[in-house]
Design a protein. Sequence first.
Length: 146
Amino acid sequence: MPRLCALVAFYPSTIPDPAATPPKNLRVQVHLAANQPFAPKYPSYTYPSTTPGFAQHESGCFDKTASSLAWSRCLDCVRKGFGIEVDLETVWEKHLARTSLQPIHLPPLFFSPPISQECPLTPARKSNSPPKTPPPPSKPWSPLPT
C-alpha cells in the first residue's frame, strides 16, 4: 500500500497544530516567509526579508537566493523521504569526468621566484666581482642639529 513519505509546505497561511510531532517515517518541512510568526516543532526554515511567494518566479515577491535555498532543502527532504541518499560531491566529479571539464587551477596571486633565480626587481650583480660598498660618509651622521 502506498504511503506518504514527505510533506513540504511553502509559506502556509495556517499550521493546524505547531506543537504536534509527525510520525517518524514521515519527513515534514515548512518554508516560511519572514512575516509568518509560526514556530512548529518539526523542521522549518524562515527566510529573512521575504514575503509569501518568494519561491515563485512569476510573483512580485520572488527572491532568487531564498528560493534557491528553499528548493535545495525541499529536494533534500523528498530524497530522504524516499530513502535516496545522494553524495553530491561524487555526482559532481562524475559529471566533470563525463563532460571532460576540469577544475580551473589559477596561479597564486602572490608568488616568490624559485631560489635559483634572481628576483627581477633587484639589479643583477656581475658574477665575477663582489658587490660594491658605498663610500664612507664625509662626516658622521648625528640626529642633533649642528
